[in-house]
Design a protein around this ligand. Structure first.
Ligand code: PEP
Length: 254
């Protein structure tokens, strides 16, 4: 049995005081939610304050990126995985489509970031997913396969078993257009088959694969009913504590 993960990506939203107010309200709403791992990803500037407020709670914290370079060095503007860990976070979102689209992230850079994150003891949440043009031209699986083999290069099976994958079709992110549970399940099963080819059956069965793309309280339950959907990476609907707690508590909505 894979333990579900519900993760919220706040993107470039919320000042420090707003982030702290959010987690104070959110903590109470999910205090009894022991059925899944709960993760929130604030901005870098709010990481430390949010981690301090969540110490000892059932909510973990993620960064939205890390530097490819490990440790310390002359890399102006970058924040290393060690620094994220030092702030108290346990996870790092890597290769989000917005970073691939606007900041030149490639499978090669995602791979370097992945190795740095794991070296610092962070659990990477590696994002993959095709654009609408790629889907419409029948390239969805080819694209995701290429992203997986590039982003997950040089990983031992032992390390691979600890990562989390997020399948986020670009056409569903922030568009209000969710993939149907069937479309998502089909790609999740494909991703698991690729993990099996790369790392073996045991690893493939243990890696959690999250769906991301316009997940809301109204559609989370049908997505979670699918065999290979092990959780969600949520953008817009994670910005409000009540809405996000309704997603975390998806089992109450049955
Ligand atoms: C995301 O940012 O990872 C995401 C899936 O966004 P949204 O839920 O707003 O589509």
């Amino acid at each position: 049995m894979r333990r579900p993960v519900i993760a919220g990506n706040w993107k470039m939203y919320k000042l420090v005081n707003e982030s702290v107010e959010y987690v104070q309200a959110f903590k109470a709403l999910v205090v009894q939610s022991i059925h899944c791992d709960i993760v929130i990803a604030p901005t870098f500037t709010a990481l430390k304050a949010v981690c301090s407020k969540l110490e000892g709670s059932n909510i973990a914290v993620s960064s939205q990126d890390v530097a490819a370079e490990p440790g310390f060095g002359a890399f102006t503007g970058e924040v290393s995985a060690e620094m994220v860990r030092d702030a108290g976070a346990g996870y790092a979102i890597l290769g989000h489509s917005e970073r691939r689209q606007y900041y030149g992230e490639t499978d090669g850079s995602v791979n370097r970031k992945l190795l740095s994150a794991m070296g610092a003891g962070l659990v990477p949440i590696v994002c993959v997913g095709e654009s609408l043009t790629e889907r419409d031209s029948g390239q969805a699986q080819t694209v995701v396969e290429r992203q997986l083999s590039g982003s997950l290069a040089n990983l031992t099976p032992e390390r691979a078993s600890r990562i989390i994958i997020a399948y986020e079709p670009v056409w569903a992110i922030g568009t209000g257009r969710t993939a149907t549970p069937e479309i998502a399940q089909q790609m999740h099963a494909f991703i698991r088959s690729r993990l099996k080819a790369m790392f073996g059956e045991e690893v493939a069965q243990s890696v959690r694969i999250l769906y991301g793309g316009s997940v809301k309280p109204e559609n989370i339950t049908s997505l979670m009913d699918e065999l290979d959907i092990d959780g969600a990476l949520v953008g817009g609907s994670s910005l409000d504590p009540v809405s996000f707690s309704n997603i975390v508590n998806y089992r109450d909505r049955r």
